[in-house]
Structures are given as structure tokens and as C-alpha cells.
Design a protein around this ligand. Structure first.
Ligand SMILES: [Ca+2]
Ligand SMILES: [Ca+2]
Ligand SMILES: [Ca+2]
Length: 266
């Protein structure tokens, strides 16, 4: 069961956990948040809780130890709802110290129906949040990422019915998007680039058919590797997100190659 719970988490911590299983390169795994420690006996008293539960006596809190944890690294916050027979606890917040350094690094909140609402994560364990996820009807609708470690999002991914629709990227770190990627059925269809950083697309590229075919094949292979996949619909969603690192580097580059179809705008 614990594995299922973890499967619902954001992809990056999941990958780190997977690396802990003894795969080749896991430099991230050794990273500590500032103030954290790999030695559980030196875990800080303040685990930098990201759930809002302190001084709220009406909430119930549990602390449990996830896989590999010597001390509790998972906190769940429950709200007591209903009366009489319908009286029960419902999970409203769960936070985890995924790299076991004593500092919580991923938090997810839930509504009273049990659907995910929001998630925040510090996936590189530098003490700063770098992934923000919003859910609609329990499914991921938007995932923002900070890739340049300035504490602000510079990649914005949008999903509809669990499928990636658009990605906006900020290449010059002015906080505004200058690359727009449009996806159809999970495939990158076209890329708009704002070369002058004035907020307007200067060029749309619709080429790179082969690359997208390769991406698709890779995704298919990954889906098959994921096996039953029945754990949660979000697992598939996270896979879609995981396909983007390759797209990230490629998206900045298409200008170099002559595009099959290039249209000038404005
Ligand atoms: Ca941590
Ligand atoms: Ca971070
Ligand atoms: Ca920009």
C-alpha cells in the first residue's frame, strides 16, 4: 500500500526514490536541504511543515515512517467531518520528507471529497519550492516549474483531462513566457517563439515530425514499463510531464534548423 501512496506523488521525488533502489547515478539523492541531515538522529526539530495544522486542535495529525525511513517522515492531517454514523476523518493534507533529511519537501492538499487540490515540492532539495501543481476535479491541470533556481516558475504546463495541451517557457528569465508549445493528443504540434522578447510570437515551427515520433515511441515504451499503471490516472499524467525535459532543450533550438514550415507573424 505504501508504494501506491508514493505513486501518487510528483514525479521528481518518485524518481529520486527509484534511484535510491541502487541505480547508477544518484547525485541528487545525497542533496540535503539547508539545515537537514542524512543522519536521522540529527534531524532538525523544525521539519518545515508545509501543511497548515499547527494550533488547530480540530485537526488530527499522524506521523508515519515511509519506506526506508528510520523516523517518521510522512505527516497526514485529517479533518473530522460529519456526525453520528457519518462521523469520520478525511485527509486534507499530506507532506513527505522524500530524501530523508528531516525536512519536508513535498506537500499535497485534498478537498473533502478526497480529490487532490494543490501540490508543492522542492525536488532538488535546496530548501526552495520548485514545482507547483494545481488539480481540477482531482486531475492535474497545471504544473509550474522553476528550472533556474530563482524561486519563480519559468515553465508552465497545462493539462486538460490529464493530457498535456500547452507548455509556456521563459527563456530569458523575465518572468514572462517566450516559447509556446502546443500539443495535440500528447504530441507537440507546433512551437511559437518570441525571438525579441516583446511578448509576441515571431515564428511558429511545425516541423520535427521525426523527433515527435521518437518521443511517442519512448513514451509508449515507458508506459509499457510502468506495467499495470492502474495505480492512478495521475501516474500517466506524470509520465507526460516527464517527457518534457527532452523537449525543453529542443524547444530552444529549432531556430537553428530550417523548419519544414515556417510562418512569419506580425
Ligand atoms: Ca527532505
Ligand atoms: Ca528547490
Ligand atoms: Ca521571457
Amino acid at each position: 500500500m505504501k508504494r501506491l501512496v508514493l505513486a501518487g506523488l510528483v514525479a521528481a521525488p518518485l524518481l529520486v526514490l527509484a534511484c535510491g533502489g541502487g541505480s547508477k547515478d544518484s547525485p541528487i539523492q545525497t542533496a540535503n536541504a539547508p539545515g537537514g541531515s542524512k543522519d536521522p538522529s540529527k534531524w532538525p526539530a523544525n521539519d518545515r511543515s508545509m501543511c497548515d495544522w499547527k494550533n488547530k486542535p480540530d485537526l488530527e495529525v499522524t506521523e508515519t515512517s515511509g519506506p526506508g525511513a528510520m523516523k517518521p517522515n510522512v505527516r497526514r492531517v485529517f479533518k473530522v467531518v460529519g456526525e453520528g454514523d457519518s462521523h469520520h476523518n478525511t485527509l486534507i493534507c499530506r507532506e513527505i520528507d522524500t530524501n530523508l533529511d528531516g525536512i519536508k519537501d513535498v506537500v499535497r492538499t485534498f478537498n473533502l471529497k478526497g480529490e487532490a487540490l494543490h501540490e508543492e515540492a522542492d525536488t532538488d532539495y535546496d530548501g526552495k519550492t520548485d514545482v507547483w501543481i494545481n488539480f481540477v476535479d482531482g486531475r492535474m491541470a497545471e504544473e509550474d516549474e522553476d528550472t533556474n533556481h530563482d524561486g519563480k516558475p519559468d515553465v508552465w504546463k497545462f493539462y486538460v483531462n490529464g493530457q498535456l495541451q500547452r507548455i509556456r517557457r521563459d527563456r530569458n528569465n523575465d518572468g514572462k513566457p517566450d516559447v509556446w508549445e502546443i500539443y495535440a493528443k500528447g504530441r507537440l504540434e507546433r512551437v511559437g517563439t518570441d525571438e525579441s522578447y516583446d511578448g509576441h510570437v515571431d515564428r511558429w515551427d511545425r516541423d520535427e515530425q521525426l523527433k515527435y515520433e521518437a518521443d511517442q515511441a519512448e513514451k509508449k515504451a515507458r508506459d509499457e514499463l510502468a506495467g499495470d499503471g492502474g495505480a492512478s490516472p495521475t501516474l500517466g499524467t506524470f509520465d507526460a510531464g516527464a517527457a518534457t525535459p527532452a523537449a525543453t532543450t529542443d524547444a530552444g533550438a529549432p531556430a537553428k534548423k530550417p523548419a519544414a514550415t515556417t510562418t512569419k507573424k506580425k
